[in-house]
Design a binder for this molecule. Structure first.
Ligand code: ADP
Length: 546
């Protein structure tokens, strides 16, 4: 081999921050703080505070590769933690506060976190599991001295309790980020573990930097210095999809909503900051659109919305584009893929197609960004064709795809590919469409029914605000689909009308025989509909169906 003669410059998270601070130093990071007021600081200021924080970590005894936990909303302080912890060579472990307390304690112990940074909101959660926390030495409350709680609010905690702003004020902002191996771990996220214990995905500096570059490419979620991006997706959910890295790398400003995730709070923050891009799961956009419909409020600066985490219904894509003139970008990914895998953008050759074809394409989960390879595996593991018809398990590989789980022996890979647990097809244009999660597919009379297809169709009806389909045991057919519907604001839903509407577009055996009207759907820790809870509710058998 003739080796190339270029530098081996390590791809490090600290390099993103220093580039951002030096090149785009005046760009804003604006937070609706947990304490209440909106606070704004520049990227340069964020870097100064992150350096102070790196000195704080040293004082707290944090060493290379140590896991440091965060339990926090999207705020400037949480962004500082991302950069300081990883930059110093430790591992930023973001904890999901919506988990069940037993899972919460399990994860903190499994990761062996010695230090935990927490927002004021979560003190009760920590107190509930305090005696079980085996490794915790320090808890730092993300606030200033004026808002510090009494340490007794943290229950029987053996760790020392500190105030974030007081610690920062006591340290110097002189700190030189260490030269790390780019393959060193920088962050840790546990999957929500709908089955079994949650599993830890351990990102490296290299994977994180490459993902941020891939994420912000023009064909994915293009980010420029003139943008302001609002990640509604929490920083505890797959690192806010990597937005805190991609934004600083490109000089995009950030608007961080803290705990204010309702339509009114988001609209206010967007208008205050001139937000041009926002990203989140469909449930959040549903809330935002309902708020706009009810109040007539608008966000004139908003140009693009990234919808991912679960399938974006066509009505939502079309609503954003046609009613509000906002480009909707449908994306697919998972914790194990950092998370960006595919993005649905329209090929130039499809520019003039009719609305039907356009939205049928955009509703798919899209084409892979450079750095992600896709493959479909049939039952025997053999590759299936990309003909838009053959359905198999989606397999992925690339430099930001997980090859293992933290402290778990063995590899999840099959022939070097990561099995996603998603069932999909890929068309000749390379657009991938998720049919279902393996565990949510419904098999009725020997035929598969895609719960996502039925949900999308149901949500296209004006009587339906949200829909979820589960398979329930059936003596004759094995399984049958049951449709749960949250009626839209203005209208009561009528099961017979809905069934007739579905029957126009589905094969007869795919139409749910039973439709359950509910006020709300149970949501899991990442804001997605929790089908396991619906299955339990169904098994408990207290539903009036139509
Ligand atoms: P969990 O949902 O278990 O918390 P993740 O956040 O990693 O874990 O979710 C990843 C899964 O979410 C994917 O495997 C896929 O099933 C689903 N998902 C993500 N984006 C989409 C999308 N755009 N359309 C349909 N499903 C999606």
């Amino acid at each position: 081999m003739l080796t190339g003669q270029m530098m081996d410059w390590p791809l490090l998270v600290s390099a993103i921050l220093e580039h951002g601070a030096g090149t785009f130093g005046d760009r804003p990071i604006t937070t609706r703080s947990v304490e209440g007021p909106v606070v704004s600081q520049t990227i340069a200021r964020t870097a100064v505070r992150a350096r102070r924080l790196a000195n704080v970590l040293r004082v707290l005894g944090v060493e290379r590769a140590d896991r440091v936990a965060t339990l926090a909303w999207n705020t400037h302080r949480h962004v500082e933690l991302y950069y300081a912890i990883s930059g110093a060579g430790a591992v930023c472990h973001t904890m999901n506060p919506r988990l069940h307390p037993s899972q919460f304690a399990y994860i903190l112990n499994h990761a062996e976190d010695g230090v935990l940074f927490t927002d004021l909101t979560f003190l009760k959660l920590i107190a509930a599991v305090a005696p079980q926390l085996e490794h915790l030495r320090h808890v730092v409350v993300l606030t200033d001295p004026a808002h510090m709680p009494d340490p007794s609010e943290l229950g029987e905690l053996r760790a020392q309790v500190h105030c974030y702003e007081a610690l920062l004020a006591a340290e110097s902002d002189r700190y030189v980020w260490p030269d790390l191996d780019e393959r060193a771990a920088c962050a840790l996220c546990y999957t929500s573990g709908t089955t079994g214990h949650p599993k830890g995905v351990l990102y490296s500096h290299r994977s994180t930097v490459l993902h941020a570059m891939g994420f912000s490419l023009p064909g994915a979620v293009p980010l420029a210095e003139s943008d302001v991006i609002l990640p509604v997706v929490p920083q505890f959910h797959v690192l806010a999809w990597g937005i805190p890295y991609a934004a600083v790398m490109n000089g995009a400003g950030m608007a961080l909503p803290g705990p204010g995730l309702d339509g009114a709070s988001l609209t206010a923050l967007m208008n205050q900051t001139g937000t041009s891009v926002a990203a989140g799961v469909p449930t959040v956009w549903h809330g935002l659109m309902a708020h706009w419909q009810q109040t007539g409020e608008r966000v004139p600066s908003l140009e693009r919305i990234v919808i991912g985490g679960s399938a974006a219904p066509r009505a939502m894509l079309q609503g954003f584009e046609e009613t509000y003139g906002i480009r909707a970008i449908h994306a697919w990914g998972m914790t194990e893929t950092s998370p960006l895998g595919t993005v649905s953008t329209l090929k130039p050759s499809l520019a003039g197609v009719d609305a039907e074809t356009r939205y049928a394409k955009l509703q798919k989960q899209g084409r892979p960004v450079f750095g992600v390879e896709l493959r479909l595996a049939g039952g025997d593991g053999a590759a299936l064709p990309h003909d838009g018809k053959a359905v198999g398990e989606l397999m992925v590989r690339g430099p930001w795809i997980a090859a293992g789980y933290f402290k778990q022996p063995g590899s999840p890979l099959q022939d070097g590919w990561f099995p996603t647990g998603d069932v999909a097809h890929i068309d000749p244009d390379r657009y991938m469409a998720i049919v279902d999660r393996t565990k949510d597919l419904i098999k009725s009379g020997g035929e598969w029914i895609s719960s996502i297809d039925v949900e999308n169709l149901a949500m296209a009806h004006p009587q339906v605000a949200m829909a979820a389909v589960i398979g329930v045991p059936d003596d004759k057919w094995g399984e049958r689909p049951v449709l749960y519907v949250v009626p839209s604001v203005e209208r009561d839903a009528d099961p017979d009308t809905l069934r007739a509407f579905l029957a126009e577009n589905l094969a007869r055996w795919q139409v749910p025989d039973r439709i359950v009207l509910v006020d709300a759907l149970p949501l899991g820790a990442t804001g997605k509909v929790k089908k396991s809870a619906l299955r339990e509710q169904w098994a408990a058998g207290h539903h009036a169906t139509g």
